[in-house]
Design a protein around this ligand. Structure first.
Ligand code: ATP
Ligand code: MG
Length: 376
């Protein structure tokens, strides 16, 4: 059973509160990301789950077993770190076999302890005990590194080293895989392909995975659910699509993508189109969401605004009048900066081949569906 339950976790370092009442319920087989800026407590949460850090208070369960007081090596967690942490003097195969050998050593009698030591001194894959060798081969094949078994880590690329680290964690058949910023040492292209590799491997074995990152794109593209952390607390735990479309706070909205955020007053509640909000400069917008507040902040994602050149807009009421101040070609889309009264809007429009960009100074009309105006 590889579910993970974290209850009321607090962690205090001398004078620093690193974690405050963190509660998580991670389902068996789930790919779960911890996302947040530097220092928000991601690594500390993971180290508490792994058993490398003792919580100040709180309980941790892996499956049905409470592990709060269980030593790290008995928690059945596999770890992968940002720095790979491979032994430079051991071959790829030996690195992968290492923890398996340690376990055989710890669990064996004196005879098998000596046997394990003797095998560990043998440097070649062909000289390992047959069952260890088979597992090493399987693990390396799994991460597509079977052909590099006899190389030293220094002779591998960063992505290959990270795959060795993954094979080393998986060979132990852990109940939970913990990964702390495993891709941040890689360049962008490799990072993107490793995202796919890790996700495919995770889905193939269905292992519960907790993945720490400060990169929102990484978390959103890989995880089933994402926990956003801020200053030692969880601020929202949700699916990537919900985090994006229904952020609970300005912090989350900003952290998981670019957005237009404005203050406004509630003019009217419960109309046919929802809540009527007045922005500064008298602009009026409808939001499909309810609120109990009279003063609100709203968020509108740039791609959820329709932009029409003035005169070409559909017959519709409630369009905003604006003027383009900047047009930026971004490949698949165009970013228009649009001034509406005293408010600046960012609008993303899908780029269709051959379409000329509207130039600064062009008068435009903006249409925003009430469902896309989210009240924070
Ligand atoms: N051993 C320690 N002693 C004292 N303070 C610590 C220790 N470890 C972490 N902290 C503090 O706890 C807070 C959370 O640290 P943590 O390493 O969990 O952050 P993080 O979210 O992983 O950040 P990063 O993205 O930079 O890795 C920080 O303020 C950090 O300085
Ligand atoms: Mg960290």
């Amino acid at each position: 059973m590889g579910s993970v339950l974290v209850k009321n976790l607090h962690k205090q370092f001398s004078g620093v509160t690193a974690l405050e009442d963190v509660n998580l319920e991670i389902r068996e087989g789930e790919f779960f990301a911890l996302l947040g800026p530097s220092g928000c407590g991601k690594t500390t949460t993971m180290r508490c789950i792994a058993g490398f850090e003792t919580p100040t208070s709180g309980n941790i369960y892996i499956g049905d077993r409470e592990v709060s007081k269980v030593p790290a090596n008995q928690r059945n967690c596999g770890m992968v770190f940002q720095s790979y942490a491979l032994f430079p003097h051991l071959t790829v195969a030996e690195n992968v076999a290492y923890s398996l050998n340690i376990r055989r050593y710890e669990q064996g009698g004196i005879g098998s302890k000596l046997g394990v030591l003797a095998h560990m001194l043998n440097r070649r894959l062909g000289k390992m005990p047959k069952d260890v060798e088979q597992k090493v081969r399987d693990s390396l094949d799994f991460v597509e590194l079977g052909h590099l078994a006899d190389r030293l880590p220094g002779q591998l690329s960063g992505g290959q080293q990270q795959r060795v680290a993954l094979a080393r964690a998986l060979i132990m058949e852990p109940a939970v895989l913990l990964m702390d910023e495993p891709l941040s040492n890689l360049d962008k292209k490799l990072r993107n392909s490793m995202r796919v590799t890790i996700r495919q491997i995770q889905q193939k074995i269905g292992i519960t995975t907790i993945f720490v990152t400060h990169d929102q794109e990484e978390a959103m593209s890989m995880a089933d659910r994402v926990a956003v952390m801020e200053g030692g607390k969880l601020v929202q735990v949700d699916t990537p699509t919900n985090l994006y479309s229904r952020p609970v706070s300005r912090f989350v909205a900003d952290f998981v993508g670019s957005s237009n955020i404005y203050k406004g007053f509630v003019k009217n509640q419960g109309t046919e189109k929802g809540t009527l909000i007045q922005l500064s400069d008298q602009q009026l917008l409808y939001s499909a969401f309810d609120t109990t507040k009279s003063e609100v902040e709203i968020i509108i994602r740039p791609e959820s605004i329709q932009l029409y050149e003035a005169g070409k807009e559909p017959e519709e009421t409630g369009l905003l009048d604006g003027t383009i101040t900047m047009s930026t070609y971004m490949g698949p889309s165009i970013r228009y900066d649009v001034q509406v009264g005293n408010l600046a809007f960012e609008v993303d429009k899908t780029y269709e081949g051959g379409m000329p960009l509207l130039s600064p100074g062009t008068s435009v009309k903006l249409a925003i569906e009430p469902e896309r105006v989210v009240i924070l």
